[in-house]
Design a binder for this molecule. Sequence first.
Ligand code: ADP
Length: 271
Amino acid sequence: MSENCTHDCSTCGENCAERENAIQKDELNEFSSVKKVYGIVSGKGGVGKSLVTSLLACETARSGKKTAILDADITGPSVPKAFGLSTRAFSDGRGILPVETRLGIDVMSINLLLENETDPVVWRGPIIAGTVKQFWTDVIWEHEDIMFIDMPPGTGDVPLTVFQSIPVDGIIVVTSPQDLVSMIVEKAVNMAKMMNIPVYGVVENMSYFTCPDCGKKHFIYGESKLEQISSRFGITNTARIPIDPEAARLVDSGKIEEYPIRPLEDFAKGL
Ligand code: ADP
């Protein structure tokens, strides 16, 4: 904040915390209520962000919380497939209704609106960001206790718009052991800091592989850096997910809710 702050952000060019707080968040429609919102972020695609989003939603739904997933990964939506959702979302006149999974998780994703799920979304950044905002404002999110937003990877235009327009309570960073050595976690943490959003925790995916024959753990992408990272950034909530072909198989067949292993059970308890 400037020494001479007048608390009128429209007349000042400084990028301070006060300005961030002054940015107007988008309102939900009159039929919706969402108590808590968490953004799931990663530095790049393919590290398992959607898998983590799906597993977290399964955990909170099982614990009795009315759970929602807003799939903000517009150009690479993978949430409907993981839950085997093939019905289209439709409007009941009040707004668009999310599609419910077997566990009762409400999902909205661009793939639930496209005629064919293989249709590519070839839109420019502002249109994509506008679509995500509409998923927040125009979908009927009825009595949701918790919402997970599967964010597009990176720190670009769309994540920025989401953080500015949706009241996100915390972010969860998904990494693989290779990413942790790079600047990726730091970038995500710093972006959250700039937006005044707390980091709830870090999930290291593809952390290791347990040999099904001898039970030995193999650190295929190198030793875990999770402890190093958590102490460096003061992040206390952490979890590891091993490489598991069964998880990939269940995602591919739309049955992630049937995954019998629960690597995020404890991690999700504080959400
Ligand atoms: P992202 O959302 O970061 O792009 P996804 O969650 O879509 O990544 O994962 C990418 C692919 O890797 C998917 O096919 C998924 O099933 C697979 N995958 C992710 N995590 C694991 C894991 N721990 N074990 C096995 N396969 C995984």
